[in-house]
Design a protein around this ligand. Structure first.
Ligand SMILES: C[S@@+](CC[C@H](N)C(=O)[O-])C[C@H]1O[C@@H](n2cnc3c(N)ncnc32)[C@H](O)[C@@H]1O
Length: 452
């Protein structure tokens, strides 16, 4: 193998599941973030392991025709987006390839058909949610996104994939909290109160919610300070901020929310319209971040589910897909583990006049074996990125529905779980990738499988 000089010229041959360029040096695999297939780059190693290395671009010697200047001025530093350097059409092509690669190479599905990626109706300003990091760094409070691969906070003044309303609220919150006595979390000392600021907005009525995630229970004086600032922000109604909440997450880790949430001022939920349905959700509930594209997912799922009498829907959240399913079949059993989301789900079914939904709150892998019997024509799955628990797949194998509709935000776990379903007697009918997250390498898919 060639020696590892500080800088190496690399030709990009492929892409990995995170849309990083893949180059080879005498067979040794090197991942190059931000490089496109066909490019030759001068790159510098930042990590060298036995079987692979990671190198960052120093200069581009031969550029791809699909390379475009990133729109965001924080793109290089911020860890949020990773495909702004590719034209939008090329992003769609890359996402298609990522799905084909995962299903073929990782899943080894014997035969499958992947449709072209459905473009997002909006490719900028589409996100209705942001999780900002609050940290005490370099002797001052900082609010922004984590930098690529580190916990260094990048402060921004505008995020071009975020709803403009949320950019306004971010700037407002930044000034209000930074000027106050409220402390930000210091990772080195394990001290400081605010860890995250989460903002969410409704596209249909342009209202927003904000939550402060705290590292511990606030002292009474701190709580009074938070209530005072929150009341001012909500009462002034500068940007339709309809509620501010507090959540305590003392455990840290990657999951943002802790178990207790308290309303500081205003209302505690948002309303959104999806097709003919009104959906209400709370600050800690899962809700799709790109609403027009979520509507497209629901339409595809409905088309696949047509003709079903009884549907088992696992990982139902607040009922986005449930509404569409319940309006077209006899009965839906919806399973969701997050208790606040189950409350929203129940409210949403009643609000939309859907009385044919049974809600079971708990982990899908436990609920299906303890509370669900057979007799379903179709099973709809929409798990988190980690995919389905093995017990869920085993259960589906036992109850033998005619169809399985798998909505996935991670082609790698879709490939893994689909392989198990194929072994249980299902045949892939089609995979529809949708671009739910433009400017990033994330891709959503709806896969239909039928009993072979
Ligand atoms: C990707 S979201 C999909 C939600 C919903 N289908 C939608 O479109 O809004 C996954 C949901 O599964 C829930 N969840 C995660 N792990 C679960 C489990 N083991 N059992 C049941 N629900 C789970 C999450 O709380 C979240 O609401």
């Amino acid at each position: 193998m060639s020696s590892f000089d500080d800088k190496v010229a690399l030709t990009i041959e492929g892409m990995d599941s995170k849309a990083r360029g893949i180059a080879r040096m005498d067979g040794y695999v090197v991942f190059v973030p931000g490089a496109l297939v066909g490019e030759t780059v001068m790159a510098k190693f930042v990590e060298r392991r036995k079987h692979y290395g990671i190198a960052v671009i120093e200069s581009i010697l031969k550029s791809s025709d699909y390379r475009v200047p990133p729109k965001c001025k924080y793109y290089e530093a911020c860890g949020g987006c990773d495909l702004q350097h590719a034209s939008y059409d090329h992003q769609l092509h890359i996402k298609n390839e990522l799905v084909v690669e995962a299903i073929g190479r990782i899943g080894k599905w014997p035969d499958f058909d992947v449709e072209p990626t459905l473009p997002s109706p909006q490719v900028w300003r589409y996100r209705n949610k942001a999780i900002f990091q609050a940290r005490y760094q370099g002797g001052r409070k900082k609010l922004g996104y984590f930098a690529k691969g580190t916990h260094e906070v990048v402060e921004i003044d505008d995020c071009p994939i975020l709803d403009p309303l949320l950019n306004d609220i971010y700037r407002l919150a930044k000034c209000a909290i930074e000027d106050s006595d409220i402390t930000f979390y210091d990772e080195h000392r394990g001290k400081g109160l605010v860890r995250n600021v989460v903002v969410r907005s409704s596209l249909s009525n342009q209202k927003a919610l904000m939550a402060l995630v705290l590292s511990r229970k606030p002292y009474p004086t701190e709580l009074n300070g938070l209530k005072r600032i929150s009341a001012q922000l909500v009462d002034d109604k500068p940007f339709n901020l309809q509620g501010i909440l507090l959540n305590i997450n003392a455990s840290g880790g990657n999951f943002v929310w802790g178990p207790s949430t308290l309303l500081l001022a205003g209302d505690d939920s948002l309303e959104e319209r999806l097709g003919a349905f009104e959906l209400c959700y709370g600050i800690t509930d899962f809700f799709q971040v790109n609403v027009p594209q979520a509507c497209n997912i629901c339409k595809i799922v409905s088309e696949h589910a047509a003709g079903s009498g009884r549907i088992l829907e696992l990982y139902s959240g607040v009922g986005t897909i449930t509404c569409f399913l319940a309006s077209m079949c006899r009965h839906v059993v919806a399973v969701e583990e997050w208790r606040p989301a189950c409350k929203s789900l129940s409210h949403n079914m009643a609000k939309n006049g859907l009385s044919n939904v049974t809600i079971l709150c708990g982990k899908a892998e436990e609920v299906v074996t303890q509370k669900v019997k057979d007799g379903f024509d179709t099973v709809v799955l929409d798990p988190p990125r980690t995919g389905c628990h093995g017990d869920v797949l085993d259960f589906i194998g036992k109850i033998e529905p005619n169809k399985i509709i798998y909505v996935s935000c991670n082609p790698v776990t879709l490939a893994r779980d689909g392989k198990i379903l194929i072994e249980l007697g299902y045949k892939p009918v089609g995979i529809s990738p949708l671009d739910m997250f433009p400017q990033t390498s994330h891709v959503e898919c709806v896969a239909l499988m039928a009993r072979a």
